[in-house]
Design a protein around this ligand. Sequence first.
Ligand SMILES: [Zn+2]
Length: 470
Amino acid sequence: MNQLTRDLLDSPGPLLLVPDAVLLPEGPADGYAVVVADGSFRAVGPAGELARTHPGLDAVTLPGHLLMPGFVDAHHHLTQSFGSALAFGEPSEIFRRVWVPLEGALDEESAHAAAKLAALEALRGGFTTVTDAGTRADVDVDIVASAARDAGIRCVLGLVCNDVAGDAATAAEDSTAAVLESAEKHLARYDGDPLIHASLAVSIPEAATSTTLHRTARLAEEAGAVVQIHVNEHLAGVERSLVRHGLRPLEHLHSIGALGPQLLAAHATLLTPRELTLLADTGTAVSYNPVASAWKGNAVAPATAMAERGIRFGLGTDGTRGDGFRLADAAEFAQRIAYGLATGDSSCGAGWTWLEHATAGGADAVGLGARTGTVAEGLAADFLLVDITTPELALSRDVPWELVRRGNRDQITAVFVAGELRLWRGLPTGWDGPALVRQAAQLARAAVERAPITRVHPTSAAARQRSTAR
Ligand SMILES: [Zn+2]
């Protein structure tokens, strides 16, 4: 596609887009087209039919391209991007040693740059929605909202509602009241915003009182929002909960009425059969984060089993790397290694499962199922134009599985969010991406220097030197 096409795509007003195919939930539909107007899909159907029913629109043909839903990242920490190169080789509960100190070293300028950098990486990887689990930087969370808005990405924005500090077991009553008051304000703050969707967050169950866990669930339920909690992620967390409550983290949340469709349980890697039933029975959603499992986890969430049992889940990067195709691939790959090899299941979800949970399933899990995640009439026009003429995809016979196993961000020509062209061939439209990257790299060096970070693992080169010295 040439500059002329790019300019047409970047123009305001309704667009009739005619790619080679449109990826629908049931599979790729050849010869389909879409009409985009006012930020949404106004129509989706056979190209000839849409041309007849929209005679005032000139068709923009997109030869060699697949139009597919944008990816939904169901778990991210946008203001942790400055530490994205500090996470390798680190054991579990890295948040204590790296993330909390790093976020504590951010000021308004660096928090904004970190969040915008993460948003840019996400857009480049085909994500049109990111779910932020709540910044622990000491700044107004609106800094993160404005960074997402400036970058042009949809953002489910968590506000941290922890009311227990450190290893204390209880909170002062006034801190609980203050937390709940801010939670209520935050849930109303972005009403009507086209890109920002408010959400609540508790870092881990032990970081909030039972009152707060219960009340945030009810507040989110009433507002149609989600509460994000890291749950059953590491052995240390499961054991802390057992010691304190005699219950595993998910069982504890269940005992105080905090499970339900409003809960987005991040990770949920260590699940007993009983806890799988609790998730299924309560309609609780999960963010399955396969790359985080590989990098610092104790286990891989049983996502193929969750899909089979109708447990709602999306896929999350947890800030590891922002490529939607590689995430879908990791989701399948981790299931194969952790479960499929042992049972002789050579398909583990048959490709489509991971594409669906990376898009529509993720949108549902983060509370936006009625807004995004699918190319369908009335939903937000959050979509990608993927080049299917490359050596990786041109010999196509099975598009969904090819996208999972052979796709990556290089094949994305354009990213649209809310009907607007936000990224063209890896570069943002309307603002200077490379300048932001340069600024962020500088601010990151200073923030990492300031932060009291403890790393367990040496750099790769230092590890080599140690190894070869023996
Ligand atoms: Zn996380």
